[in-house]
Design a protein around this ligand. Structure first.
Ligand code: FE
Length: 218
């Protein structure tokens, strides 16, 4: 009950914020446990496809949800990245991508304050191993939502397109990778997992993607 009240309050706040921005908010489902996938691509009108929508979209999760698949960290993680949700900076190669979604428990409860640490190659398949370009962490907001401004990573030898991440909840860190649909190299990549595919809408600019990070907090 408490959760539903909090969600309702958050919904009202989100609608108010959307109203101030002169946009149309997408009303979240009545239940925090969505039984169908609703993404930013299902906007009722084109004009509502704004940044505001990302924080009011329903959670794509059906309980009990399968927790994320943990995958190798790989060789290119750098310790102590900056707190930064906007990894896409001027001059970085790659197709702009806005990735949004939530961190949730296996019962689809959103988790506020979860730490998401992303790192990835640029559109040419190159990592910044001397600095922190395309590296940064953020915390989910009060609704358990995150928003990552980045680029679609390129291929590099032996690997399909992927974004590395670590998600930390209650002091426990889960390391894995996100993948992209329709990439022919997916099936030939031994690390690839179809359960870690983002949902992508390439008709928007930037390209928009969604992914729900499900963490087993039990
Ligand atoms: Fe990698």
């Amino acid at each position: 009950m408490m959760f539903r009240m909090r969600l309702a309050a958050a919904t009202v706040l989100a609608v108010l914020i959307a109203g101030c921005a002169g946009t149309t908010a997408v009303t979240p489902s009545a239940s925090p446990v969505a039984t169908s996938t609703v993404t930013a691509t299902t906007a009722p009108t084109a004009s509502s496809a704004t940044a505001t929508q990302a924080t009011t979209a329903a959670i794509s999760c059906t309980a009990p949800a399968q927790p994320l698949v943990e995958l190798t960290e790989g060789p290119y993680y750098k310790a102590n990245p900056p707190q930064n949700a906007t990894l896409r900076t001027a001059g970085v190669a790659g197709t702009p991508l806005t990735l949004t979604g939530y961190v949730v428990s296996t019962s689809c409860q959103p988790i506020a304050g979860a730490k998401l640490d992303f790192w990835q190659a640029d559109g040419n398949g190159n990592y910044d191993n001397s600095g922190y370009t395309l590296r940064g962490w953020q915390l989910t907001d009060a609704n358990g939502a995150y928003r990552l401004e980045t680029v679609i990573p390129g291929l590099y030898p032996g690997r399909t397109e992927h974004i590395h991440f670590k998600v930390t909840v209650n002091g426990k860190t889960y390391t894995s990778q996100l993948f992209f649909p329709g990439v022919s190299q997916n099936e030939g990549d031994s690390i690839y997992s179809s359960r870690m595919l983002v949902t992508l809408n390439t008709s928007t600019s930037p390209v928009t993607g969604t992914f729900t990070f499900v963490v087993n907090t039990a």
